[in-house]
Design a protein around this ligand. Structure first.
Ligand code: FMN
Length: 229
């Protein structure tokens, strides 16, 4: 078993990675082969720091592939993928590791319909949204240690970093999503029956994409960087 595992790590995985890097023709094939999260994590563990270009490529692919997706295929998101997304996002950092965040998983069509009615930010979406994560901050958790800064800032950051990871985790599993910030907080709290101490800060609809990749338009690094000190 150990022997097989070592051979897998030393020969099979790097060989596949080499194909990934060297041939775009095999890209689709390889990506499917590597899409198993287990395989990816085994590979990441194997290459460690010895070949940093490969893991960077994989991350870069995920970051570049993420785009706000508002049209989804009429296909449910399997429970296993939901769990995987959450496991990955749950590794996001948080102030003092207090993880002042909660997430509501909304799959019920009726509830999604109600959310759509009070969410102007979902206005450009197709009718079928298979899944929405309602990401909430829990200010009081962060306030215990960090007082006002925890209550007003860190809890929001804990939740939004989580949401950001969620979006990247979705891409890594061949899913697509969109950040939705424009909604009536109070109404969403009522629909989801949230406890008073939770603030819904972002909604992340997720599904299988029904959109073509788009070019990204971003400010140049020269515009981004304020100064070098
Ligand atoms: C804080 C925040 C709020 C957003 N709110 C909405 C929204 O309410 N509705 C929507 O369709 N997109 C929303 N977006 C998505 C942005 O429009 C999108 O990220 C931006 O245009 C860049 O496009 P890209 O994500 O495809 O790279 C939001 C994004 C962020 C980060």
């Amino acid at each position: 078993m150990v022997k097989w595992y070592t051979r897998y790590l030393e020969v099979v995985v790097p060989a596949r990675a080499w194909r990934f890097n060297s041939s775009s023709r095999h890209h689709g094939h390889f990506r499917r082969a590597l899409s198993s999260v287990v395989e990816r994590s085994l590979y990441m563990r194997h290459v460690g720091g010895s070949n940093p270009s490969v893991p960077t490529m994989i991350f870069e692919e995920v970051v570049k592939k993420r785009q706000s997706t508002r049209s989804y295929l009429p296909k449910k998101v399997p429970v296993g993928l939901i769990a995987k997304m959450l496991e990955m996002a749950n590794l996001a950092p948080s102030a003092g590791n207090l993880q002042a965040r909660k997430v509501v998983i909304v799959r019920d069509e009726e509830v999604i319909k109600k959310i759509k009615e009070v969410t102007s930010g979902l206005g450009r979406f197709s009718d079928n949204i298979p899944l929405i994560f309602v990401v909430c901050a829990v200010p009081e958790v962060s306030a215990v240690r960090y007082e006002e800064r925890g209550r007003n800032l860190y809890a929001l950051q804990d939740a939004t970093i989580f949401a950001s990871y969620l979006q990247l985790a979705a891409v890594s599993l061949d899913l697509a999503s969109c950040w939705v910030g424009s909604f009536k907080e109070r109404r969403v709290s009522e629909i989801c029956n949230l406890p008073e101490n939770l603030i819904p800060v972002a909604m992340i609809p997720v599904g299988f994409s029904n959109e073509e990749p788009r070019e990204k338009h971003r400010k140049s690094l020269a515009e981004l960087i304020l100064k070098r000190i």
